[in-house]
Design a protein around this ligand. Structure first.
Ligand SMILES: O=P(O)(O)OC[C@H]1O[C@H](O[C@H]2O[C@H](CO)[C@@H](O)[C@H](O)[C@H]2O)[C@H](O)[C@@H](O)[C@@H]1O
Length: 390
């Protein structure tokens, strides 16, 4: 990771008032006896991933607010806010090719109740478009790739849907990095290349989605989302008293499918092929495909908010230069080196990145650039599996 220190935590974020012990956030904790070891672990972890927002309206809740702020400030000692460290980051990035990897939900769009309505704001879209004008840029999401594309609507990006199991790049490249290989066409008729390491799992995921829908249809608020090579079971709109019931139904189905595995995210259980492939591997694959994996002159930036982003944080941390950033307003256990609070701060960070590149401050004598954009040889995005139709 970058040689950055944590000395620049903004003092405005540091709370000095004492914390009343009983003001610390309380969340219902599920225990082993009520629902078995695994399930208790999932449910507690899902809750911790998406803690309730605080709305201070009385003295007590102001204390709670302060307690949370203090906890957060202490946490940022180990995961400094990247916005306060931008200059140091840019110093480290000078003369290097920055590649930008972005998660979607909770990073580029705020978390909302209905997953089908997690729209991207137009100004965020414009910002990501600017980023892709200056840096190779990819969106890495747990969602189906086509769904993410419908939200983002920027054909110039690389997309990795289904937790990285469905990678797509524009055939004519992104920011001078050309992606060639076996081609396909997206719904708009654009030429693309696709890499799908879990394509053989599609019939199984189709089947499991149908069974889950059938088995959970009586649980109010439960939603099964088909994410092509993965599936999500949403808990967000299910009453908490029904969480155990929903988790049990999922566990009952899953025990018949040992080739699938289960992970948890923000009020969601995610079902995916039990193969050694994750968002970290997808980032590595993209960097390799673009000829950027082993270079000392590459600096990947990865921003994400969820458990599945941890694999990508680790991957980026393992590179010579790398910048892993967790989006969170609450302290979380993470491998990310840095923190950022929410999508609006993500937008601010991306703006700063674009401004830095546009202003030419990134240049060293050896970096070749034309109109602020790196000129690079054509790179090859290897295509191993045959694409399925989009
Ligand atoms: O990798 P990501 O792009 O972060 O995808 C992870 C999951 O994101 C979506 O669910 C989350 O966002 C929803 C909309 O804000 C929210 O309602 C839900 O509670 C969150 O878990 C997506 O719907 C899932 O399929 C993804 O697995």
């Amino acid at each position: 990771t970058l040689p950055l220190s944590s000395s620049s935590v903004p003092s405005s974020r540091i709370c000095t008032r004492p914390i009343p012990i009983n003001a610390l956030p309380k969340m219902r904790s599920y225990n082993k006896s009520e629902n078995g070891g695994h399930m208790a672990k999932w449910l507690n972890a899902m809750k911790a991933q998406s803690p309730p927002r605080s709305h201070p309206s009385s003295d007590e809740s102001f204390d709670l607010f302060d307690a949370k702020a203090a906890e957060y400030a202490a946490w940022t000692e180990n995961h400094p806010p990247i916005l306060g460290m931008f200059e140091k980051l840019m110093k480290a990035a000078k003369g290097k090719q920055v590649a930008v990897f972005l998660d979607y939900d909770g990073t580029l769009s705020p978390i909302v109740e209905d997953p089908d309505k997690a729209y991207m704001a137009p100004d965020m879209r414009a910002t990501v478009h600017d980023v892709a004008t200056y840096f190779p840029t990819a969106i890495i999401s747990g969602r189906g790739r086509q769904k993410v594309f419908e939200f983002v609507q920027l054909p110039e990006l690389f997309y990795a849907g289904s937790h990285g199991m469905d990678i797509m790049g524009p055939a004519d490249g992104c920011n001078g990095f050309k992606a060639t290989g076996t081609r396909s066409k997206d719904k708009e008729g654009n030429d693309i290349v696709v890499f799908q390491p879990a394509s053989e799992y599609l019939p199984l995921i189709n089947k499991v989605c149908k069974i889950l829908e059938e088995n959970t249809k009586d649980i109010e608020g439960a939603k099964i989302e088909h994410n092509l090579f993965c599936a999500s079971v949403h808990f967000r709109r299910v009453k908490e008293e029904n969480w155990v019931q929903l988790a049990e139904r999922v566990a009952n189905v899953m025990k018949n499918y040992p080739t699938l595995s289960l992970t948890h995210g923000r009020k969601v259980l995610e079902i995916r092929p039990a193969i050694k492939w994750d968002k970290g591997k997808a980032v590595n694959f993209l960097l390799e495909s673009l000829g950027m994996a082993n270079s000392n002159d590459v600096l990947p930036v990865y921003i994400g908010d969820d458990r599945t982003d941890e694999d990508a944080f680790k991957m980026v941390n393992g590179m010579k230069h790398g910048c892993s950033i967790l989006v969170s307003t609450a302290p979380k256990s993470t491998s990310a080196a840095y923190s950022i609070r929410d999508p609006s701060e993500v937008k601010q960070f991306l703006h700063q990145l674009v401004h830095w590149k546009k202003s030419g401050m990134n240049r060293t004598h050896s970096a070749s650039s034309r109109n602020g954009q790196m000129t690079t040889p054509t790179r090859i995005l290897k295509n191993i599996c045959s694409p399925i139709s989009l």
